[in-house]
Each structure stands twice: as C-alpha cells, then as structure tokens.
Design a protein around this ligand. Structure first.
Ligand SMILES: [Cu+2]
Length: 75
C-alpha cells in the first residue's frame, strides 16, 4: 500500500473538493476511507494499492472532473 498526496490548483469552493473526492473514490485500487481533499490547502490524499492503480490514473481522474494536478508525491 502506498500513500499519495496530490497538490492541486487552488480550489475556489468546497464543492470542488467534493467532486475530486468522489472521482478518487471511484477508482479501483484506492482505499476509499482514506480519501481526503482539503479545500484550504488544495490537496488530496489517499492510500492506494500500487499493483491495481497507476498513480497517473488518479491524476487523469482529477483532470477529468476539471482540476489540474500540480505535483504528485507517492511514498
Ligand atoms: Cu467549487
């Protein structure tokens, strides 16, 4: 299990973070109960199974709902 932090472009309202959270929870390999999106720091965090999910897929999913990922950290 790995842990990811995505630095996003500045979120302008709390419903943005809900959209992103829902998109991440939809992905196979993401531990749903670990997904948190902080509106104030514009950051998404979650744990995921690296054998099921390529982190690029998570970036893509966030992009699809309309938000840019500025930086990704996995550890
Ligand atoms: Cu919004």
């Amino acid at each position: 299990m790995k842990s990811a932090t995505l630095q996003l472009e500045t979120l302008v309202c709390p419903s943005c973070s809900q959209k992103i959270e829902a998109a991440l929870k939809n992905l196979d390999g993401v531990q749903k109960d670990t997904v948190t999106v902080s509106f104030s720091s514009s950051r998404a965090r979650f744990d995921f199974d690296e054998s099921t999910l390529d982190i690029k897929e998570a970036e893509k999913a966030v992009g699809k709902v309309g938000f840019e990922v500025l930086k990704t950290r996995v550890k």
